[in-house]
Design a protein around this ligand. Structure first.
Ligand code: GLN
Length: 380
């Protein structure tokens, strides 16, 4: 019999992390920091456990955390968000994306995704019995061609998914993009997922264009974020979705029968962390900018060509001066023979651009880790 997800194997992130471990390679593949989460966050989460806060959280998320998220939406994006009817805490951004799709997309409908797209989008669409319609981003700049998006819309289109800052490219939507996005969606009943999990990892004074800033977008958007990226704890799997009340009501129907609730001690930990160190997320851009700049400077001493990194903690590099291998073969060779692990770009595409020779390196790492990688990359 036909399986439900015939195209899906083990995710490229797991495959490459396993290969890195097997060969003792420096792992710049899967996106996760190799430095500690803030001590206060760890202490407050441990304290919640010691204080006995170990049973089910409310289905929607613990109240102090939802209030902190609402305050942040107001402070950062000028958005009034009701913590009781518009915010749901989830087991990571991935659960939130799954819930949002399943809350509103019916079998036979279409969801527009922009390629390269993060790998959890399409399987969630497929499991809803819907179809992902792939619109390519510009192969050089990863900018959105809004005319192509508009042309992809059919009477079956139920949802459009955007991601800014973008994984894997780091590209960011700007204010003109947001206007174009609003123009494309105006007068339709298409929902928007705005995947903003890298919202605070932004550089060079750029502004993160959250869908929450735009009332016209906000009224049809599930805005999704993740604490794992902001607080260096990707293994805790805590994220959230912000959406208008009627959409949130549908979202919660899926959430409550998917995971029901999210690990409660960490929710109290984040609430305390945000209360006591409200500047943490505001300083995150500067923290990662120095890593980005140092890493890029070092890359210039190799034969890899770094592409611009407007946001996020991934660096794309062009390896065409070194090898003509397709990207999935290049990353295996790089791991096994050269001891550095990267992520190929082709798994992010329905149809990868012909001849593209790009791989993704994660620079959310201690200097020593990046130095070790660079030393090996210099030998290429
Ligand atoms: N978001 C992480 C990345 O892009 C991976 C998460 C995962 O392994 N599924 O590297």
């Amino acid at each position: 019999p036909q399986t439900k997800l015939p195209k899906v194997g083990t995710t490229i992130f797991t495959v490459m992390s396993q290969l890195a471990a097997e060969h003792g390679a420096v792992n710049l593949g899967q996106g996760f920091p190799d430095f500690s989460a803030p001590q206060r966050l760890i202490d407050e989460t441990a304290k919640a456990m010691r204080d006995g806060l170990n049973q089910y959280a409310p289905m929607t998320g613990v109240a102090p955390l939802r209030q902190a998220i609402a305050q942040k939406a107001l402070d950062c994006y000028g958005a009034q968000v009701d913590p009781d009817t518009e915010i749901t805490v989830t087991s990571g951004g991935t659960e939130a994306i799954f819930n949002a799709i399943h809350a509103v997309v019916r079998a036979g409908e279409e969801v527009i995704v922009l390629d390269p797209a993060y790998d959890c989008y399409e399987p969630a669409i497929d499991l809803a019995g819907a179809r992902a319609v792939h619109v390519p981003l510009d192969p050089q700049t990863f900018a959105v061609d809004w005319d192509r998006v508009r042309a992809a819309i059919t009477p079956k289109t139920r949802m459009l998914m955007v991601n800014t800052p973008h994984n894997p490219s780091g590209a960011m939507l700007n204010a003109d993009d947001m206007q174009a996005l609003a123009d494309v969606l105006r007068g339709t009943d298409i929902y928007l997922i705005s995947d903003e999990v890298y919202e605070h990892i932004i550089y060079d004074g750029a502004r993160h264009e959250s869908a929450l800033r735009y009332p016209e977008l906000r009224e049809r958007a599930f805005v999704i974020s993740s604490f794992g990226k902001t607080y260096h704890c990707t293994g805790w799997k805590i994220g959230y979705a912000i959406a208008p009340p009627t959409m949130t009501a549908e979202f919660r129907k899926v959430h409550q029968y998917n995971t029901f609730t999210t690990y409660s001690p960490a929710q109290y930990g984040f609430a305390a962390m945000i209360r006591d160190e409200p500047e943490h997320h505001l300083e995150l851009g500067a923290f990662y900018q120095s890593k980005r700049d140092r890493f890029r400077e070092q890359l210039l001493t190799t034969r890899l060509k770094p592409l611009p990194v407007p946001g996020g903690y991934f660096q794309l590099v062009d390896y065409s001066a070194i090898s003509d291998l397709p990207d999935h073969e290049f990353v295996r060779w790089l791991t096994i023979e050269k001891g550095v692990t990267a992520i190929p770009l082709s798994p992010f595409y329905e149809t990868p651009p012909a001849g593209q020779r790009l791989v993704r390196l994660c620079f959310a790492k201690n200097d020593a880790t990046l130095d070790a990688a660079i030393e090996r990359l210099r030998a290429l």
